[in-house]
Structures are given as C-alpha cells and as structure tokens.
Ligand binder design. Structure first.
Ligand SMILES: Cc1cc2nc3c(=O)[nH]c(=O)nc-3n(C[C@H](O)[C@H](O)[C@H](O)COP(=O)(O)OP(=O)(O)OC[C@H]3O[C@@H](n4cnc5c(N)ncnc54)[C@H](O)[C@@H]3O)c2cc1C
Length: 409
C-alpha cells in the first residue's frame, strides 16, 4: 500500500491531522475538492490555545489582529455587555490563508501528498473494514486509515455509515470589507437582534479600515427561518446604516455551515475516523471550530502513528482516539455547549429567543455569561443565576418547559 493514511478535506481538521501525522513519519495523502488550501472560511477568531496548537507567536505574520475587548450588543435596543481581556484571555484574528499554507507546507515538507480538484464520493469497504476512498467518479486510493475531515456534509461520514440523531446546523456568511472609516481595531463586536434570528452578527476589525462582518444563524423551525430577512440582507442593512461601513467595498464573500448539537455518538470504526465538523467537534454556542479542530487533529495524528506502528486498523484500535478525545476538557465543553444549544433551539421553536437574549444582555454579568458560553459554568454560577436573576430564570424557564412539553425533548 502506498499510503498509511488518507485524509478527505483541507479545513483546519484535515490540515492539522496531515501536518502532525506526516511529522511522525506516517505516509499521508490528502484529497481536496477545491483548487487549493486557501480562499476558504477556516474560522478566524481564536484564543491562545489555537496559536499553541499551530506553534505560532501572537506577533507573527499568521495573526492578523488582537483584541483587548469584546462587546455583546443588541442591535434593537443597544443593551450591551463588555468583556475585557482579564476575563476573556487573549483573542486573536488569524490570517486564515497564511495559517492554511503553513500547515500545508509543513505537511509537504514531511512528505505528505496533496491532490486538489479531488472530490471524494465514498469510502471503499471490504467487509466491515474501510480501506480507502473513491473520488472523481472513477479514481480510488487505499490506506490502512481513512480520515473524514470533509466538513459538515462529510461523504466519509455518510458512506461509512455514521449517524447523528441530534443534528443541528448553523449557517454562516462572512464579508471582508475594505475602505471602512474610524474603526477601533482593538474591539470586536457580537450583535443579537430581531433581524439576526437565533444566532449572532459579528464585526471583527482587521485594521482601522478593514473589517470582517459576518452572520451565523440556526433555524429553529422552517416557519421561523422563512420569516427572517435573508442573511446577506442583514449584513447589507448593517453596512448601509453605519457611517464606518456605509461606503466600504466588499472584497470577499465566504459562506459555511457548522454543526452545533455537540459531538456525534460514534466517530470511529474499522479503518476509519472522523475529525472536525464531520464529527461535531465544534464549540456549539459560539460556533468556534478552529481550536477544536486543531485539538482533534493533533490527537488523531498521534493515534495514527500508533495505529500504523502496530499495524492494527481494527475498530478497537482506532476507537482509542475516540476514547481519549472524549476524556478531554475541550470535548466536555463541546458536549455541554451542544446540549445547551439543542435546548436553546427547542426553546426557540415555541418562544422568542431574542426576548431572552435581551434579558440576558441587560441583566447578566459578563463573567457568568462567559462561563455559560464556554461550557464550564459551575454549580456556583447556576446558584447565582437562580438567586440573583429569579425573574429572568422563571421567564426563560417557563418558555423552556413549554417547549419540552410540546416537542418531547
Ligand atoms: C461563517 C463562519 C464563521 C466562522 N468563524 C469562526 C471563528 O471565527 N472562529 C472559529 O473558531 N470557528 C469559526 N467557524 C467554524 C469553523 O470555520 C469550522 O468549525 C471549521 O472550519 C471546521 O473545520 P473542518 O476542517 O472540520 O471542516 P471545513 O473547514 O468545512 O473543511 C472541510 C474541507 O473538506 C473539503 N471537502 C468537503 N467535501 C469534500 C469532498 N467530498 N471531497 C473532497 N474534499 C471535500 C472542503 O472543500 C473543505 O476544504 C466559522 C464558521 C462559519 C461558517
């Protein structure tokens, strides 16, 4: 066999797996349907963890900007919460293209092969064992370990027979704007509001004249979704109604989809493993997938080395990646936020999530909100919520109970 490992996809999950596995001497092939690793939406707002996984410094060319403050604000009422560096830790805006090229270059220097314009159709199965991938209709390549890092609509996931009983997607669009005016490059914004729906609009400055303006939204039901203004219209409305962006030029448009109901029940089997969006390894409430993909790819690469060394591609051997992954703190945060997001989506089917968001923005302190979003809220946070914000909890809780009753959650 020419390759030990075949990876479908060059998002952050596939690139990190290729980068690390090839570094361990694993013979790696990467198939990507696009023309290159760049010009895509890798995800850009990250904390120190992502830089550590990448092995780059905050002042390097791979980091486009750094924020000292993040503001959560209602587009409708202006109510806001300001989260400073002390609570947030460091927040960076990656230069996506440079980071993707870095991982590709490292992998190629280690001997990995990249094939572009290579659209994966299905896995190749021999009995219960996955032994490679079919792509571009009539081509195929075999390896002991096949990795599906091909995103939210993964062909590897589908054709290897994985399932996701709780599947909830967040849809996103991002504009890169140039020629903006009077932007404070130190402050990033998250906005909620009626036009946005169940999700948020974000503004990440790249400099005093350049920003990334995006929107991510979860459909709570078809009726609710159809009633909303289209996502690009929300961006246009924001752009046209703010003097800083009114005359800005749209330099690039990217769109993508992120799973946000947590990690899928099983993501390894004989000869195959999933990584990144394909496995639901995304921090659900904020839709953050870069660090979680780097983390999963790093772990998977370590196991790929062991699996190849032991020449054991059985389901049991590969499941050790899954077992170790599920024990990590990041995995437990994803699980908690996934359950939170699932509950919010059910709540939003029958209640007004924007009203709840307004209450949260006007009454909750930034520390508690941060803990809830990141999935590490402790019993103390919940007790504080119950005692200090009983009216709010009752209001949101009543709506939540109603949605449980109606939807049978
Ligand atoms: C609008 C938006 C903004 C975001 N912003 C952030 C952010 O600021 N910070 C953050 O942490 N996260 C962010 N995310 C989330 C993050 O981008 C994703 O979680 C992350 O990119 C997932 O990486 P992945 O490698 O699993 O999949 P993807 O990035 O989706 O990569 C999958 C790759 O597989 C390829 N592929 C797909 N199908 C096939 C096939 N059949 N054959 C061959 N190749 C295939 C695709 O072309 C792609 O290159 C954002 C997401 C969206 C949609």
């Amino acid at each position: 066999m020419t390759f030990d490992l075949i990876i479908a996809g060059t998002g952050p999950a596939g690139l990190m797996t290729a980068n690390r596995a090839s570094g361990y001497g694993v013979k790696t092939l990467v198939l990507e349907r696009r023309n290159s690793v760049t010009d895509s939406l890798m995800g850009e707002l990250v904390t120190d963890n992502a830089l550590r996984f990448l092995g780059v410094k905050p002042d390097s060319e791979f980091v486009g900007n750094k924020y000292s403050e993040i503001v959560g604000e209602s587009l409708d009422t202006g109510a806001n919460i300001r989260v400073g560096e002390g609570l947030l830790g460091n927040s960076y805006l990656l230069d996506e293209d440079k980071c993707q090229e870095l991982m590709r270059d490292r992998a190629e220097a280690n001997g990995a092969e990249f094939r572009y314009r290579s659209r994966v159709d299905s896995v190749i199965k021999e009995g219960n064992q996955i032994v490679g991938l079919r792509y571009n209709g009539d081509q195929e390549e075999r390896a002991g370990l096949t990795v599906g890092a091909d995103g939210s609509f993964s062909r590897v996931f589908k054709t290897a027979g994985f399932t996701h009983p709780k599947w909830l997607l967040s849809y996103g669009v991002r504009w890169k704007l140039e020629n903006c005016k009077n932007i404070d490059p130190n402050v990033a914004y998250f906005y909620v509001g009626r036009d946005v729906g169940l999700g948020y609009l974000w503004l990440y400055p790249r400099s005093e004249t350049e920003i990334n303006l995006g929107i991510g939204r979860v459909p709570s039901s078809k009726v609710n979704w159809d009633a909303l203004m289209p996502m690009q219209s929300v961006l246009k409305k924001y752009k046209d109604s703010h003097p800083e962006t009114k005359n800005a030029k749209i330099a690039a448009v990217n769109a993508g989809v992120v799973p946000c109901a947590g990690i899928i029940p099983k993501f390894t089997d004989a000869g195959v493993a999933l990584c990144g969006n394909a496995a639901g390894q995304v921090s659900s409430i904020v839709g953050g997938g870069v660090t979680t993909c780097f983390h999963a790819g790093t772990l998977l690469a370590k196991h790929a080395k062991r699996i190849v060394d032991e020449n054991d591609f059985s389901a049991k051997s590969i499941s050790q990646y899954e077992k170790e992954y599920r024990k990590t703190k990041l995995a437990s945060n994803i699980k908690n936020t996934g359950e939170g997001m699932w509950a919010i989506s059910k709540y939003a089917m029958f209640n007004d999530p924007i009203e709840a968001a307004e209450i949260v923005l006007s009454q909750l302190d930034a520390g508690t909100l941060n803990s809830l979003i990141q999935g590490h809220a402790g019993i103390g946070d919940y007790m504080a919520l119950l005692t200090d914000f009983l009216p709010m909890v009752l209001k949101i809780g009543k709506g939540y109970l109603r949605s449980i009753a109606v939807s049978g959650l």
